[in-house]
Each structure stands twice: as structure tokens, then as C-alpha cells.
Ligand binder design. Structure first.
Ligand code: FE2
Ligand code: FE2
Length: 211
């Protein structure tokens, strides 16, 4: 676990057989939010670390970009460890969670929606996600100007708390949009990305980006 930017902490587990690092983040604001749960195995390791960082604070949100093991595999465990926590996800992701019996406090957000609290301001961007181009979400926190890129700006390899500097234009040009096999969806997402100008990209996999 490493404090990577302002009050943002990064956690990583490295999956050797597929040479991939999975990152989760805790935004330790006045109302803390966890971004992605990791797999169930990762979540077991996350719980004590999150509890230590939280101290007297309560985990308010868990943001799930889309329905995949690294983004929400540990959700069931985390909601039992942090009673009262609210999961933020898209309508499609919520349907998947319901199908797996995960029916605690779920806050459905649509692309373009916002959510503000004491010292954070979330904005949600539509994200056509695996497996069937289901509509997921990307998260932007505009007070600190952090963009959580999920599986965009993806990189294979073993990385933890590594940050490179590059321009936003360059980051968008190399964001891996080609993995979304639908031109219309690609264009929409690219337009949304071009309209923001983050200071920090917290990636789901690989190095983070400082702009
Ligand atoms: Fe994913
Ligand atoms: Fe991922």
C-alpha cells in the first residue's frame, strides 16, 4: 500500500501467470471511498489495511467500474466487513450484482451524473466494458482532479506505485480505445475523455500518470 497522490492510496496485487498488476485505491477523504475491490483473494488482504487507514472514519463508498473479478470480485466480503457502505455502479453492473445475490445499498449512476460530498465531487463517464460492451462507468474526482481509468491506459507487467509524466493528449491517444470493438462507442468515449483535463490518472493496471 502506498500513498500515491494527495490523500489517495494505491493497493496492488500481481497475478504472475498473466503478468498483470491489479490496483485498488482508497480515497481517504472525509467520506472515504474505495475504488475497485480486487479479487476475493485481494480483498482479504485489503480489509485490514483499509481498516488501519480509516481509523475512526467509516468507509462510505465502493466504486465499481464494471462487472469483472478485479473490479468487484471482493465486493461480497467488503460489504460484510464495512456495514453501511454504499456501492456505486452502473445500472447494468447492479443487475449483475443482483444476479449474484449482492443486494445491499447500491447507488446506480448514469453517465454524466455527479455526486458531491464534504470534500469530494464525483463525476461519472460512460464506459463500454467487457464482456459484452455492457455499460460501465469511469470515475473522475474533480476537487483533486483525479481520473480513475479502470481498464483504459492499461499496461501489463509488475507495477506498484509507479508514476510517469505525460500529456493528457498522449494518454488519450494511447488509452487502448481499440479494445472497444464499436466505432460509435469509441468516438463517444474519446469525446468525453478529450473534454476533461485531469492532473492524475489512477489506472487499474500498470503505471499511473501525472499530467
Ligand atoms: Fe475489467
Ligand atoms: Fe481491470
Amino acid at each position: 500500500m502506498t500513498k500515491i497522490y494527495n490523500d489517495l492510496y494505491q493497493f496492488t496485487n500481481y497475478i504472475e501467470p498473466i503478468n498483470l498488476s491489479l490496483h485498488q485505491y482508497l480515497l481517504l477523504s472525509a467520506e472515504p471511498a474505495l475504488i475497485h475491490t480486487g479479487t476475493i483473494q485481494q480483498a482479504e488482504k485489503l480489509v485490514p489495511q483499509i481498516k488501519e487507514l480509516l481509523g475512526d472514519k467509516k468507509l462510505k463508498y465502493i466504486f465499481v467500474s464494471h462487472f469483472e473479478a478485479d473490479e468487484c470480485g471482493g465486493l461480497f466480503l467488503l460489504v460484510s466487513e464495512f456495514p453501511g457502505v454504499t456501492t456505486i455502479c452502473s445500472e447494468v453492473t447492479a443487475r449483475q450484482l443482483f444476479g449474484f445475490g449482492i443486494m445491499h445499498n447500491i447507488l446506480i449512476k448514469k453517465p454524466g451524473d455527479k455526486l458531491s460530498g464534504k470534500d469530494y465531487n464525483f463525476e461519472f463517464i460512460g464506459y463500454p466494458s467487457e464482456v459484452h460492451l455492457w455499460e460501465g462507468l469511469l470515475l473522475r474526482e474533480t476537487n483533486r482532479n483525479i481520473f480513475f481509468s479502470s481498464d483504459l491506459m492499461f499496461q501489463m507487467g509488475k507495477y506498484h506505485a509507479e508514476v510517469i509524466e505525460r500529456s493528457w493528449e498522449d494518454a488519450v491517444a494511447n488509452c487502448g480505445i481499440e479494445f472497444i470493438p464499436n466505432k460509435e462507442m469509441q468516438d463517444k468515449l474519446l469525446n468525453n475523455l478529450k473534454s476533461i483535463n485531469p492532473k492524475f490518472v489512477a489506472t487499474g493496471h500498470g503505471v499511473c500518470i501525472k499530467l
